[in-house]
Design a protein around this ligand. Sequence first.
Ligand code: NAI
Length: 215
Amino acid sequence: MAKSSISNSVIRRLPRYYRFLKDLENNGYVRISSRELSEKMGLTASQIRQDFNCFGGFGQQGYGYKVSDLKEGIKKILGLDRLNPIILIGAGNLGCAIAAHIDFRSKGFELIGIFDADESKHGQEIGGLTIQDAAGIEKFCSENKPSAAVLCIPKTAAEKTVDRLINCGIKAFWNFTHYDLFMDHEGIAVENVHLGDSLTTLSYRINSGVNDRRI
Ligand code: NAI
């Protein structure tokens, strides 16, 4: 199946498959059937087979899946076999927490620069990187060619900053601002992240009594 025709919901499940398969491999599993994987993941076996068929299968009827091959296959599909250089804009509470605690390398990225507009933060260190003046983003990008950016700035600053970053060649945004980025620009990838939406979903689950853990 062409990558462009793979549904968003299948793509959303891939990181979870990858996480489960890494755990299985670490726990000594060599093979796993779709039924066993489905029980562990709270999905149906047919859902799992359908998902993997989107990428050409990975398994042999009756033999299940070889855990390491499946894990490596999904890793490749997710692009985790290479590192995309990424910069972080906004070294406030959230930006510092992300820079310090997210393992970018295991997620296919290398954090190469942190920028903030507040002069009092320049020169401070987080996660082994020094916070730089946001005025220097253009120069840094022309020299270091990051392909992605994490946005941890106030919503009011988001639109202008995104335009600036696109002009600098940034092609992907991990957007934490509450400015919903929907790109008109061809070839720009966006992941809007709203922790609050996840909490609101939990509220729905409590109130409705529906606790479907499938994604
Ligand atoms: P904060 O005020 O601690 O940090 C914002 C930082 O951005 C400050 O250091 C400020 O100097 C810097 N900044 C402002 N304008 C800038 C610009 N044009 N260029 C570079 N740096 C600039 O705020 P906090 O709590 O870290 O939140 C950051 C953003 O993340 C906010 O938009 C907030 O609403 C959002 N947020 C989103 C969450 C989510 O789940 N999506 C969760 C928490 C916060």
